[in-house]
Design a protein around this ligand. Sequence first.
Ligand SMILES: C[S@@+](CC[C@H](N)C(=O)[O-])C[C@H]1O[C@@H](n2cnc3c(N)ncnc32)[C@H](O)[C@@H]1O
Length: 310
Amino acid sequence: MATIVKSAGTASPSALPTPARCAAPGSPGDGLFRLPPLTDAEFERFQTLILHIAGVHLTHGKKVMVASRLLKRVRTLGLPSYGQYLERLQSSEDEVDIALDLLTTHETSFFREPKHFFFLRDRVLARHHSATPLRIWSAACSTGEEPYSIAMVLDESPLPAWELIASDVSAHAIRHAVRGHYALERGAEIPARYLKRHCRRGIGEQEGTFLIGRELRERINFRRINLNAQLPEIGTFDVIFLRNTLIYFQDETKRRVVARILRHLRPGGYILVGHSEHLHGHDQDLLRMERPSIYHRPLDEEPRRPARHL
Ligand SMILES: C[S@@+](CC[C@H](N)C(=O)[O-])C[C@H]1O[C@@H](n2cnc3c(N)ncnc32)[C@H](O)[C@@H]1O
């Protein structure tokens, strides 16, 4: 990593802001209070909430996970039960954002599924000869590792102009992504030349962290966008990264989300999904599978392969 930064001026890289509270020992807010177990009825209300907002389906097997992910938050707020927390959600949109963030999975890493980044470099960038800027959308970017990986590859290419939009439904994840501040070990998969060029290692109170350089951070347009709702006017893209997100949707939601996103894919463009995901059965007329997890929207004049290849 090139430069040393003493203070990134940011909070701990992964800490969720939690309001400070004073609580009497033994009271719900002292962090030691035992909550009554999450009931099936309460679980179903959380299930409905997340399904309604983000389209994310929490199977019944996730009940223990829901209870444990919310436990600290409920205690921090000094509430005596999950039911009381559900009441709080009725009256606070900010709290709904926090619950949404806690109940969705943000697992990600720099250069995750690296074949996609080779594909981007060797296939997409190498063949982009159009005068119009190459446009890429990281459509569920979590805490930013995916779009920063994309931006490092783009920055290295000879392309004169490119645009990168990165979005997620989680406001907290987007705030983290905008800061570009990570624990040092999260940089393990970043190639050395990119570390040197784009990452600043922290010292002092920032020891054990690194910050993505300002030049790269400012090249990315971070937005909060819910794929389970009408999309804003963001234009069309040459490549859309939609990785490791469709797995959380049920078939009907997945169909609607993919259809909505495909309206933003340019003819000749690509959509990339996670290695364990596929788009079989989705818009067979529009897409053909280039290779597993990589789908191509042919130019209008290109012949399309039969649907069985999808
Ligand atoms: C497992 S992460 C994947 C991150 C990254 N794409 C990757 O592959 O490493 C899934 C992300 O999808 C986001 N997500 C879930 N539902 C969403 C929705 N309806 N709209 C936008 N993002 C959503 C979550 O907030 C989470 O950050």
